[in-house]
Write a protein that binds this ligand. Sequence first.
Ligand code: PLP
Length: 501
Amino acid sequence: MVPPTPGPSTPAEHLTGDELAARGAEVLRMIADYWEGLRGEQGPPVLAQCAPGTTLQGLAPRPPEQGEPWAKVMADTARVIMPNLTHWQSPSFFAYFPANTSGPSVLGDLLSSGLGVQGMLWATSPAATELETRMLDWMAEALALPDAFRSTSATGGGVIEGTASEATLVALCAARKRAGGSRGGELVVYASTQAHSSVLKAAMIAGLIDDATVREGAASGAGVVRLVPVDEHQRMDVGELERAMAADRAAGRRPCLVVATMGTTGTGAMDDLLAIGAVAAAHGAWLHVDGAFAGAALICPELRGRLHAEGLERADSFAFNPHKWLLTGFDANLMYTRDRKTLTGALSVTPEYLRNAASEAGGVVDYRDWQIPLGRRFRALKLWFVVRHYGLEGLRGHIREHVRLGELAEQLLRSDSRFELPATKSPALVCFALRDSETARGNARTRGLMDRLNGGGRLYLTHAALPSGRVVLRLAIGGTFTREEHVRAAVQEIAAAAGAG
Ligand SMILES: *Cc1c(COP(=O)(O)O)cnc(C)c1O
């Protein structure tokens, strides 16, 4: 192919300030109208009902040579993008866990985009770095986390990362460092069978295992992941953990990391952090607590007992996602550790071009050393906007209302004899199934119910499997706009669809 002859060089044409402001207002109006539409009587189907490829068909196959008019871009957004969305901000979104956002979060994120600050070093972004430090300390206070997690403590601190999965990988890197690195006996990671898949993924990325096939005692790389069985409440069986760790040490392996879950993804089970922490400490392993969804509930003093909050005193690291249940848009994960030296030691590499006076002099935080990528967005801004707009009381009210709605949904479902609730109760996550004496048939009917509901478009929910193999449907209540009327309507919809099966 002959390369095209370069034309005359003309600089790119940018928006004027007035154009940016006018178009920005248009986009914000679009978001406001979108949210209003989701909350209205005639909201769109929550789960997108389009066939694969629909969006692709609506998009130009080639990029434009010349810039296009703004009005055309907006028209295509309305025509091609909006109709093919699954509506995560719908008040009837009950699937997975929510990824909820809010007005202040959107505005903070917009400002962050406009400032375009890249916060890899203190020197590249003093305000971004120090606001982040203060937000982490604010949230440590709001969630009453151990003092050892604060930036003001002798050895601890935190970081805002993108996701809980990143936090798990960072914890594994820190744990491996503490365990003396990859040389020596095989490293072992422990989590319950109900732990999030990011534990296996972290072990794959870190090179401990080659793939997600975890067989008892069969290491496929430089290490092993042991998925510890759970008890009848879907919590890690601490006796089994203890036996596995002792057996591994006796066999010359090195217990490295234990991941305990505060609110499992499937059913919201709460691992016994205190007991697990004692076992992990006895065998010299790092304890990471994954509180991705439920961790936000620590902000309510009355819920701390259910979350086993006292066990955080034994945790080496803890992470939760304000982007799941604290009105802060994706992505925002807060990760804390009581051992910042080990954590940053596991992730710090300094090429010449990053050397600078502030870092060399010490006394500043370079958040690049706390995370996987080098570059980072100014995520603290949206959290700052959110906390200042709602106040801690507003955030507590948000969580409390959803916990109340979870209890209401549970009551309503229990009063219908066609349903049973076989999983252990958890705040704001209700698991239910169609009653059936035979598991395989019950599972098929429960899945059929889910498909009818999601196809109907009035709500969206997903499923999980209990250790027994029993399939349950999950009603995860945490949407920004979810109110009692939406939960009541959802249960009515479920009851009607159960009758139609
Ligand atoms: C959602 C979830 C994760 C993964 O969250 P990301 O932030 O998307 O990586 C990890 N652990 C638990 C318990 C979760 O519920």
